[in-house]
Design a binder for this molecule. Sequence first.
Ligand SMILES: N[C@@H](CCC(=O)N[C@@H](CS)C(=O)NCC(=O)O)C(=O)O
Length: 208
Amino acid sequence: MLLYDCSTAPSPRRVRIFMAEKSIDIPVKQVDLRNKEQLSDEYRAINPQCDVPFLVLDDGTGIGEVEAVCRYLEDAFPETPLMGTTAKEKGFISMWNHRIEMGGLMAIAEVLRNSSPAFKDRALPGPDNRTQIPELAERGRQRIVDFFQTLDTQLEKTPYIAGEKYSFADITAQVTVDFAAWIKVVIQDSQTHLKKWHDEISARPSAK
Ligand SMILES: N[C@@H](CCC(=O)N[C@@H](CS)C(=O)NCC(=O)O)C(=O)O
């Protein structure tokens, strides 16, 4: 197996945390996003979606998309389940993970990719260039500010995002909160539940 990664990017960080929590050790190859290696002919031939993470199995099968990569790893390495063991847990974790991807990660990406000169004509990841839309950056900022409050409200009810146990949903939320700092959105003093959870999650060895 080989995982294509970029040590500075938030999406593959989710997979790295997931692997650390499950003590999975597989070979990793860095893709230099800063210098657009993801768009090179060589990488395109490996992953036509031109993004990371991307997992290539021993039989040559390629799996992209964080959720799909983690789904594969969860089944291939069942010890320390992070995606739930009962139908209820699995559904709840999956629901929260999807909400955090849409309301959190996508909102931050909307801001960064539609405002930073570094992403000029690269407003969306993928093989095709896309023009920036400044209004999306504005909307994204409001969305992520609101979403921090959603997380705080949820964490008032349960110690972890999807209940009593640490899960994949916490990993996605952790990466979201840390990624938001890139656009200077931080936990508010009033968001005490989110702050307590984030302090605890950040102290886990996998956070490194
Ligand atoms: N849908 C993908 C998104 C992954 C993604 O956005 N990866 C970024 C790094 S965080 C990337 O590869 N960007 C390449 C680019 O900007 O061209 C997933 O969830 O795996």
